[in-house]
Unconditional design. Structure first.
Length: 281
């Protein structure tokens, strides 16, 4: 059958048939929005959902609604990747004294260095567990100190504070939700007294009392640790440090900070601070 006979049978013109064939052979035009969305998603380590992805695109001058972002993610099969792994690492069987719950879930702070939270978590490596102790400033959600070790001695807990830039005024340091012996050790309590800190401990077994710290650990594991297979402790230490310094503190968008990273939030608030002029000449 010739082309002319086929067109007559289907009731189409020969020019229409040739035009359709040219359209099929032409390469598909890439959608700039889809390309940019995929690029941002990959740049964030395939961790952002539609809310943060929308804010990241807005930061690059691409405005679109969250539902549009979500539909494009579904079309492009972009799904945040993570998998849970849990293990019990807390030792609450001790007779050491504990602090009262002074913080009492006051997670929103108006000034820097007024309230810090801290906790310990673990990172799996092929050479065994690596324990990570972290201190977080509730004002900007910034990690202000951390320490890592292959075991969980009392020194790991109080070294995380010793490495911080201690403020001149006292701050509340709410410690572990599960009241471990490490955090209630005499060395740790002496450190708080020496620097003028006010200790605070959440209720036993109540993770919500330390929710901000627990959320950071979940982000660390979902976005980095659970997606790596560390050969040894040194490799895990380098990667965890890179996540804290370069990703979390410097780039990761926080919904509680108006979708700004901690460093960006501190810079913005510093610029907005009013200039005080003395009445004295």
């Amino acid at each position: 059958m010739t082309i002319q006979q086929g067109c007559q049978l289907l009731g189409v013109s020969r020019s229409g048939w040739y035009a359709a064939r040219r359209r099929v052979r032409q390469p598909k035009t890439l959608c700039g929005t889809r390309v940019r969305l995929r690029s941002v998603f990959e740049a964030t380590g395939q961790c952002y959902g539609s809310r943060r992805l929308r804010q990241a695109l807005a930061g690059q001058g691409i405005e679109m609604g969250r539902h549009r972002v979500r539909s494009l993610m579904k079309e492009l099969q972009l799904k945040p990747v993570w998998k849970p792994k849990f293990i019990h690492t807390t030792d609450s069987n001790h007779n050491l004294p504990v602090y009262e719950n002074v913080l009492d879930r006051q997670f929103e702070q108006a000034e820097a260095n007024r309230a810090w939270v801290s906790d310990i978590t673990y990172i799996r490596t092929l050479s065994g567990w690596l324990y990570l102790a972290v201190v977080l400033d509730l004002y900007s959600r910034k990690i202000v100190g951390w320490a890592m070790a292959p075991n969980m001695p009392a020194e790991l807990v109080w070294h995380r504070l010793a490495d911080c830039h201690c403020p001149a005024s006292p701050v509340a340091v709410p410690d572990r939700t599960f009241r471990p012996g490490q955090s209630t050790s005499h060395e740790y309590r002496d450190l708080l007294v020496r620097h003028g800190f006010q200790g605070s401990m959440s209720r036993k077994g109540n993770c919500w009392d330390n929710a901000v710290m627990e959320r950071f650990f979940l982000n660390l594991k979902m976005e980095r640790a659970w997606r790596r297979q560390y050969a040894n402790h040194a490799e895990a230490i380098r990667d965890a440090t890179d996540y804290i310094v370069n990703c979390y503190n410097n780039r990761r968008l926080h919904s509680s900070l108006g979708y700004l990273p901690p460093n960006g939030f501190e810079m913005k608030m510093e610029v907005q601070q009013p200039i005080c002029v003395s009445d004295k000449s």
